[in-house]
Design a protein around this ligand. Sequence first.
Ligand code: GDP
Length: 456
Amino acid sequence: SRSSASLFKVSKEQALRNARQLYEKERADQKSHIHMIVIGHVDAGKSTLMGHLLYDTGNVSQRVMHKHEQESKKLGKQSFMYAWVLDETGEERARGITMDVGQSRIETKTKIVTLLDAPGHKDFIPNMISGATQADVALLVVDATRGEFESGFELGGQTREHAILVRSLGVNQLGVVINKLDTVGWSQERFNEIVTKLKAFLKQAGFKESDVTFTPCSGLTGENLTKQAQESGLTSWYSGPHLLDVIENFKIPERAIDKPMRMSVSDIYKGTGSGFCISGRVETGVLCLNDKVLVGASREQAQVKSLTMDEFPQTSVFAGDQVSVTLPAVDINNVTVGCIICDPQTPIPVTTRFQARIIVFNVKVPITMGFPVLLHHQSLIEPAVVCKLTASIHKSTGEVVKKKPRCLGNNSCALVELETSRPICIERYADFKELGRVMLRVAGVTIAAGMVTKIR
Ligand code: GDP
């Protein structure tokens, strides 16, 4: 029977070619998947825009839309009907704001886009961080209304903060939506003014000019969302892509198939027959039936005896797949939620201490040496302490601002060392993007997020 050992017994180049060919042969006809976060100042129109986009792409039924329309009419808030597609809970409706990172999907010609809708309210930045750590690309929504763009961008608004945050968490493709252009009579001058200001800022924040687009829209009227612009005020000067095209044109993040196999475990349950069943996501590489693997920090060796995806048996699965495996005869104590299963030839580092570049939000007391946190890494939640404050660094440029700072307050960016109580499996962000992101939480609130830079 086939196992990936046979794929990797050949030269490294040949092995990579084999893995890629196997993937292309088995998955030729499937759409690629992308995770998109929507960011921007509160009231920029994010929910309305995304609700309208979901409706226009046929992802919300007429029936549901009709229900939202009726309810919003009753409350005299009809302009909210699209926003409600995303805000499903009553509390959010009553307050008229989006609170958590809700999820929805849009299917385009070539892509399945999972939306991570980010809240705009200031207190909710911690929720946005958890969305941003999963995002491949971002849409930044700004309100073109006179005075509103300015308050969201210059006067303590969240436009800058959000853009810097997603960039810090590794997102590099950004679609900027210049929204609510209906409120300024579709003015080209206003559009250009905003683009000029944002361009300069985004460059400074570390975005490459070629990875950023600017699209004029109205989320409320639906102008330029999924169809070529119709409004004469806009068509007189704009003939570029509509928003759905922008989304369609995002580059697909490479599935890291050519890397050593890593699977993160998100669930463990008793299977039928012997052993138990483990489900999770293949983060990198290829996993085949009968492959030998190492389990978690214990590095116990096991063999893959069954492999399924959506309940269907598979002979091989790839980076990005959500799968279930059985590993007979493995010690149950060695398999835990959050642990990583890896390829024995190039195993994942196991450590209790590593350095991370973090960005700090929402701490009530500043972070000092010895600060206790809960470390979140994929599905792993592990007690840890901040055991060293190495340097505070500039948010956009990454330059060291101060060595060995005494404490770290809100909105600071820093290099710190973290120590976990038990050994964990972790990778550097530079080596494995998928396994090099962490979040720090205290009492249910995310206080920092970042990337692993060094492993002890
Ligand atoms: P969010 O906080 O960014 O999610 O913003 P919402 O989608 O809740 O919108 C905030 C307000 O702006 C609501 O009253 C919307 O009806 C209004 N709004 C949203 N998009 C547009 C637009 O394109 N044009 C106009 N004129 N108003 C809009």
